[in-house]
Design a protein around this ligand. Structure first.
Ligand SMILES: CC(=O)SCCNC(=O)CCNC(=O)[C@H](O)C(C)(C)COP(=O)(O)OP(=O)(O)OC[C@H]1O[C@@H](n2cnc3c(N)ncnc32)[C@H](O)[C@@H]1OP(=O)(O)O
Ligand SMILES: CC(C)C(=O)C(=O)O
Length: 407
């Protein structure tokens, strides 16, 4: 990272912690309409995620379908470094099929979930507080025998009574869960509230020091990434996210955004991830390819516009010092800067591009070409190198014709 792009850099290495990246592109991500992946697509993505350096890959929900079972099993057998996780309801059949699917994994995790909020307890499950606790404890004990580790997620945790949430998490620790996930299942909370909840849980869950707290945020109010970062400030050391932010409804916290926020503002958050950031852009594009869903141009970090500059004033700044308008280098995420010529561009960028095309112009010539360029840019969205060559050709013909008339 170029220090010119960073704010304060006074972090000492001893202060810096580690956040685990739990990627759920292949589970929560594919739950979004239009993003289903078959086992071949999942396997390609899983290899790309391994190369990206994620710590845990949630490969699927084996009880959901035979193909999902097969996808999880194949991923479990073929990955070397990451932990492979499989989702399961707190039901014996779900747990057993997750265990079977994960059998070949070097490191396996069964990810159990059960709703804890009053709304979900009453309307979805029809269970009392104590019944929900008992179901969770029984399921965790069963899962513990079938995988290297068990994560317990309290579905709709952020709309759950904090004291009840702390109680069910305490029982989950006693039953053998080593990761406690408090998801904002419906993307309801704000950063301040999630910080409060994580601080509360770390103080009140029995055995809190022996487990890892995890955050899993949805983007219904556009706050998934901000909430994830807020959870990190309150001690979450696993964050659940997806490539391109895909997931239920408005999606999950976007992995590339969370990672680059932690990386770019390392002095503030004081944590590292194991992500090879240069793999972010290619991994994002692979997901777009396998799902057939393009990345929006304005998507942070990986969109076509994330490092594109069309405005003359910004282009002028960029030509003098990239840090004026870029807080990260595009190379850090495997992308490239582009200075796009269009109706908002100015003379500095035009001169630069013409020089790249071997047209060195004096100021008067540049003014004349600039006038023609603006007229063209008003008629079309952007001006390409071919357009510029045509424009220069016409300008040179006109100049020669004018000289001929004079002599
Ligand atoms: C917040 C999340 O993202 S949770 C993950 C959501 N993902 C998915 O649902 C994708 C995969 N799901 C599926 O393929 C199907 O829903 C299946 C195969 C898992 C289940 O299908 P079905 O058995 O037909 O049940 P259906 O989905 O209609 O209803 C859910 C049932 O699970 C129960 N249930 C829901 N969550 C849990 C849980 N965590 N633990 C135990 N039971 C649960 C519901 O109460 C309901 O039970 P009921 O059939 O006794 O009324
Ligand atoms: C299964 C859990 C973690 C989930 O996806 C959610 O609550 O959004």
């Amino acid at each position: 990272m170029n220090p010119a792009h960073q704010g304060s850099t006074d972090t000492t290495e001893a202060d810096v912690g580690r956040v685990r990246i739990f990627d759920t592109t292949l589970r929560d991500g594919e739950q979004a309409p239009g993003f289903s992946m078959d086992r071949r697509a999942k396997l390609r993505m899983a290899h790309a995620l391994e190369e990206l350096g994620v710590d845990i890959i949630e490969a699927g929900f084996p009880q959901a379908s035979p193909d999902d079972f097969a996808a999880v099993a194949e991923i479990a057998r073929s990955l070397k470094a990451p932990t492979v996780a499989a989702l399961a309801r707190c039901m014996p059949d779900d747990i057993d099929s997750a265990g079977r699917a994960l059998e070949g994994a070097r490191h396996s995790r069964i990810h159990l979930f059960l709703s804890t909020s009053p709304l979900h307890r009453e309307h979805k499950l029809g269970k009392s507080k104590q019944e929900v606790i008992d179901i969770a404890a029984t399921a965790i004990r069963r899962a513990k025998a079938l995988a290297h580790e068990v994560e317990f997620s309290a579905e709709d945790a952020l709309r759950t009574e904090p004291d009840y949430l702390a109680e069910i998490f305490s029982v989950a620790v006693e039953a053998g869960a080593s990761v406690l996930n408090a998801p904002d299942t419906v993307g309801y909370v704000t950063p301040f509230e999630i910080t409060e909840m994580f601080n509360y849980l770390r103080k009140h869950v029995r055995g809190a020091d022996s487990v890892m707290f995890s955050s899993h945020c949805h983007d219904d109010l556009g706050m998934a990434v901000a909430n994830t970062l807020a959870a990190v400030t309150a001690g979450a050391r696993q964050v659940e996210c997806t490539i391109n932010g895909i997931g239920e409804r408005a999606g999950n916290a976007a992995l590339e955004e969370v990672v680059m926020a932690l990386h770019t503002r390392r002095a503030l958050y004081k944590v590292d991830t194991g992500i090879q950031t240069r793999r972010l852009f290619p991994t994002s594009r692979l997901l777009a390819e396998v799902t057939g869903q393009p990345v929006p141009r304005n998507k942070a970090i990986v969109g076509d516009n994330a490092f594109a500059h069309e405005s003359g004033i910004h282009q002028h700044g960029m030509l003098k010092h990239r840090g004026t308008y870029e807080i990260m280098t595009p190379q850090d995420v495997g992308a490239k800067t582009s200075l796009v010529l269009g109706k908002h561009s100015g003379r500095h960028a035009l001169r630069q591009r013409l020089a790249e095309l071997d047209h060195e112009l004096d100021d008067a010539a540049l003014d004349a070409v600039f006038e023609r360029f603006k007229a063209l840019a008003d008629r079309q969205r952007s001006v390409t190198n071919d357009d510029l060559e045509a424009l220069m050709g016409a300008y040179e013909d006109d100049t020669q014709a004018a000289v001929a008339v004079q002599s």
